[in-house]
Design a protein around this ligand. Structure first.
Ligand code: BGC
Length: 479
């Protein structure tokens, strides 16, 4: 079995001038963060079992949420839909027209920055803000509905329990959101109430997860796309399952071969701590998050946490080994003060042979008031490499698990998310790890590949709304 060259270097070669204590500790951490091929395969096997369990009534760490998106588009969908995407930093409102031409669409959009504090505010503040932006958008783009209210597809990228496509009870906030009064409630009803109060002539026709939107939008362009995945602030994937293989919806008496999109919500994988190689830094990230105990896998992999893990390692090196000795690291001690882009930059910077690591130096100086030596910069670069490599390799386990579970031997994974393209060598590393897990022969090209996804929360959400229009309330529940 060929091990990927992208596994973190365990036998690290340290440049001269780095104190022994620091290099010993960095080597120890590198060892802890190394996930070898055998571990990847063991994690994936457990992942497959958990995906299966999530489709039954059994307790599973992975929710496997049924989304009621029940078909792939043909390219002949038509109609006009508003869409909203509530991301971690922005809210995007679009007007999407699916035109008569096969696969054709027109889109206009506006982005609004989520105000500080909204992520930890109240439900009223959240929905009033969203409803106001929709109202503003209608005025700005001169959109007037006729007799009927304008149909809206709402991309809400958090785990919800759905009884039908226009309903969704929030199971729990993820990605650092902590807004009181939403968990346990139907988010569609809450948003519609705020729209109603303002007389905004819009009705929600579909509630969509970003992964499902990504899957449908990407498959629309490229039928080889079988998995829609997000690797950004959070991490998750969706795929199309046959209803006959989802015991927990047997009561709906749907045809066995009827497809239904499953939003895996696999960021929650291994919440019961059975298989992932968690270390002291992962425990600390979890402890200081708004929902300790939740999203174990996501907290080891996704963009929101990569910076935090690296920050904790740097502080640990300072406190135990004299790294950045004498420096005032009080700003670095602030929880969540390091972004994933900073970690990525550190690693990228350090890979340039003759580099003086100017960018890393500038970031550490501007953001944290630290003046590192060249040797210290090199250590930062190694930490970036160690953290990003583990993230990419563990990310591959989730994709491999869906492939194995579904018997998917070839195909493409449409991936979206800010971090996917930006994190240094992420795609190459994830592909190398996938190859190791799937055990493809050396002389065969990658059989499942990662491609940049199409616009899931705009086009994908509009398509899901159009596809659901003949069955707007989802199938009737039989028992
Ligand atoms: C959410 C998912 C979402 C993912 C990517 C996770 O934290 O629970 O619903 O798909 O982030 O945005």
């Amino acid at each position: 079995m060929k091990e990927a060259q992208d596994a973190p270097r365990v036998g690290i070669h340290f440049p001269p001038g780095i104190p022994d204590k620091v290099s010993e500790e960095v080597s120890r951490i590198a060892q802890i963060f190394t996930v070898d091929g055998e571990s990847l395969r063991r994690i994936t096997d457990h992942f497959v079992r958990e995906l299966d369990r999530g489709l039954t009534h059994e307790d599973s760490d992975i929710p496997m949420n049924v989304t009621w998106a029940m078909k792939y588009p043909t390219g002949y969908e038509t109609g006009q839909y508003l869409t909203i995407d509530m991301g971690g930093t922005n809210i995007r409102v679009c007007n999407v027209i699916l035109t008569e031409e096969k696969g054709g669409y027109e889109i206009t959009q506006s982005k609004f920055k989520l105000p500080r504090g909204l992520k930890t505010g109240t439900a009223d503040e959240l929905w009033n803000y969203v409803a106001d932006r929709v109202a503003e958008f209608l005025v700005e783009h001169d959109l007037h509905p006729g007799e009927e209210k304008l149909p809206l597809a709402f991309t809400f990228s958090y785990p919800v329990t759905q009884e039908n496509i226009r309903h969704g009870v929030l199971q729990r906030w993820t990605k650092g959101f902590d807004i009181a009064g939403v968990e346990g409630h139907d988010v569609v009803a809450q948003l519609e109430e705020a729209l109603e109060v303002r007389n905004v002539p819009v009705r929600v026709v579909a509630l969509v997860n970003d992964t499902t939107g990504t899957l449908i939008a990407s498959a629309y362009r490229d039928p080889q796309v079988k998995i829609g995945s997000i690797f950004g602030t959070g991490c998750n994937s969706a795929y199309l399952e046959r209803c006959g293989r989802v015991p927990k919806i047997a009561g709906y008496e749907l045809p066995d071969d009827q497809p239904v999109a499953i939003n895996t919500e696999y960021g929650a994988f291994d919440n019961s701590h059975q298989v992932l190689p968690r270390c002291q830094f992962d425990v600390e990230v979890d402890r200081t998050s708004p929902r300790p105990g939740q999203q174990t896998y996501e907290k080891m992999v996704a963009g929101l946490y990569v910076g935090e893990i690296a920050r904790l390692i740097l502080i640990h090196l300072h406190d135990t080994s004299g790294f950045l000795e004498g420096a005032d690291i009080s700003r670095l001690r602030r929880v969540n003060s390091m972004e994933s882009s900073c970690v990525s930059k550190m690693e990228e910077d350090g890979s340039a042979t003759e580099s003086v690591m100017a960018e890393t130096r500038a970031i550490l100086n501007e953001q944290f008031g630290i003046e590192p030596t060249l040797q210290e910069l090199r250590v930062c670069c190694l930490i970036g490499e160690i953290v990003c490599t583990r993230a990419a390799r563990l990310y591959a386990c989730g994709i491999a698990a869906i492939c194995k579970k579904e018997g998917l031997e070839t195909g493409r994974v449409g991936v979206d998310g800010s971090t996917f393209e930006k994190l240094f060598r992420f795609k190459t590393r994830a592909a190398a790890a996938l190859r190791e897990i799937m055990d493809w022969p050396d002389d065969v090209e990658d059989l499942v590949t990662f491609v940049q996804a199409e616009d899931g929360s705009g086009i994908g959400a509009a398509l899901i709304a159009a596809l659901s229009s003949d069955c707007p309330h989802g199938p009737a529940r039989v028992s």
